[in-house]
Design a protein around this ligand. Structure first.
Ligand SMILES: [Zn+2]
Length: 443
């Protein structure tokens, strides 16, 4: 059976929580349905002309407080307590690739599912997963941050009555990239949520750097863990039809990142880039080589990012120019072009922000691969009984373990992790990578 939660790899606990919440939300809607019928029928008398929405709203207030599950009486015939286990705002946390956005989308589908379970087959499930459900809004930040205007518009639309009669769902991927002003706009909505609106935020953690303490306090947290390699391999075989032996090594190499594992299995260029990164430790023979390796790593990330965004950039530019009627010669065309210049400038600014993000993401993937190599050297030096991350460079990591010992391997691993942290803290990537390469060489 493949319902909407099937793709959440190795997250049994989170899935159980979400199933319970979806069932409880569905029970609320069922409990509200007779009220709508009563209010809508002329015989009920005195019902106000907009129908039974007040009744629905009152029921949605039955949600739990975000702090915890409050036991209450009144379980329905199906044994589900309407409202218990459900709340207006959720945060999905976990390391990259653990499936934060997969979990948020699956939960959104379960809320819109006509059976209330996330069956995976009904129109509610289908349209939500396909991204076309009228009552599900998805914010995927392309640049480095989500701005206040975008957030205000979103909050406003989210307050409207769900057209499908169930819930308005707002999914914010990378909620850690909210600007402070955007965070405040969101906070207002989360503090006094419209009765039928559910906010689903995704962030690496609930650390105050990632999500403000006040927003956090209004949300229920669903922690996701890094899925074990075996679970990742299993889903690659089952869903993507990847050969078991390939699935096994890419799952280990991707260190629990499902999307990364799939890309390694399918994309020869991704495998080549990984090989180039894993060749770095061997090439660090002196200061000059360290700077060369830094340049190569930065340029590879830039090239990868450029390839990722080039197509979509061009499509956006053409679409905007068409929309603005570029090339028009009639009266008013000159005035239109002046406005158009502003819009083009705005588009360029957003595209630049997206390119920067793509570069950082590409560089971060490379650093994660590199960290895996030094982790292998460390575990080998410690003779820890764990499988290597990179089976194809295990011999090289073993040689490193002998040469550096555990302490030297640990220092190198830390140098890579410090580089990641520095880039996250907005240190210029080239400077951070050069410092790392020198540390890796010196040890
Ligand atoms: Zn369904």
């Amino acid at each position: 059976m493949t319902d909407v939660f099937a793709d959440l790899v190795g997250q049994d606990e989170a899935v159980a929580t979400l199933r319970r919440a979806a069932a409880s939300a569905a029970a609320l809607l069922r409990a509200a349905a007779p009220a709508v019928a009563r209010a809508g029928a002329p015989a009920a008398g005195g019902a106000h002309p907009t129908g039974g929405h007040d009744d629905l709203d009152a029921l949605a207030e039955e949600f739990d407080e975000p702090g915890g599950a409050t036991p209450r009486d009144g379980a329905g015939a199906d044994g589900v307590q309407p409202g218990a286990g459900m709340t207006h705002a959720w945060i999905f946390t976990g390391p990259p690739g653990s499936g934060r956005s997969v979990a948020a989308r699956a939960f959104a589908a379960a809320l819109q599912c006509v059976h209330g379970t996330g069956c995976g087959h009904c129109p509610g499930c289908h349209t939500t997963l396909a991204g076309t459900h009228a009552d599900v809004r998805l914010v995927v930040p392309e640049g480095l941050s989500i701005g206040v205007n975008e957030m205000r518009a979103l909050v406003l639309r989210a307050a409207s009555t769900p057209s499908g009669g169930r819930w308005q769902v707002v999914i914010i991927e990378d909620a850690d990239r909210l600007t402070e002003a955007a965070g405040n706009a969101l906070l207002k909505a989360v503090e006094e949520p419209p009765p039928r609106t559910v906010f689903l935020l995704c962030a690496p953690s609930t650390h105050p750097d990632d999500i403000s303490v006040t927003i956090r306090s209004r949300c229920r947290v669903v922690p996701l863990r890094q899925p074990p390699a075996g679970a990742v391999a299993e889903v690659l075989v089952r869903r993507d039809g990847i050969a078991p032996d390939v699935a096994e090594w890419v799952a280990a190499a991707a260190q629990g990142h499902v999307g990364r594992a799939r890309r390694l299995a399918r994309d020869p260029e991704a495998r080549q880039r990984r090989e180039a990164v894993l060749a770095v430790p061997r090439r660090l023979t002196g200061v000059g080589a360290a700077f060369d390796a830094a340049s190569a790593l930065i340029e590879a990330a830039e090239a990868e990012a450029a390839a990722t965004v080039a197509e979509i950039d061009e499509a956006e530019r053409v679409a905007l120019q068409t929309a603005l009627g570029a090339g028009g010669t009639g009266r008013g065309a000159a005035g239109a072009m002046r406005g158009a210049a502003g819009q083009l400038k705005d588009l360029e600014r957003r595209q630049k922000s997206r390119a920067t993000r793509a570069q950082r993401d590409a560089l971060d993937r490379a650093l994660v691969d590199l960290a895996g190599f030094y982790r292998d050297a460390l575990t080998m030096a410690l003779r820890a009984p764990v499988a290597p991350v990179h089976t194809d460079t295990a011999a090289l990591a073993g040689a490193g373990a002998q040469k550096w010992d555990a302490e030297g391997a640990l220092r190198r691993l830390e140098a890579v992790l410090e580089c990641r942290a520095a880039i996250e803290a907005n240190v210029k990537p080239r400077i951070a990578v050069e410092a790392m390469m020198l540390a890796l060489w010196k040890g």
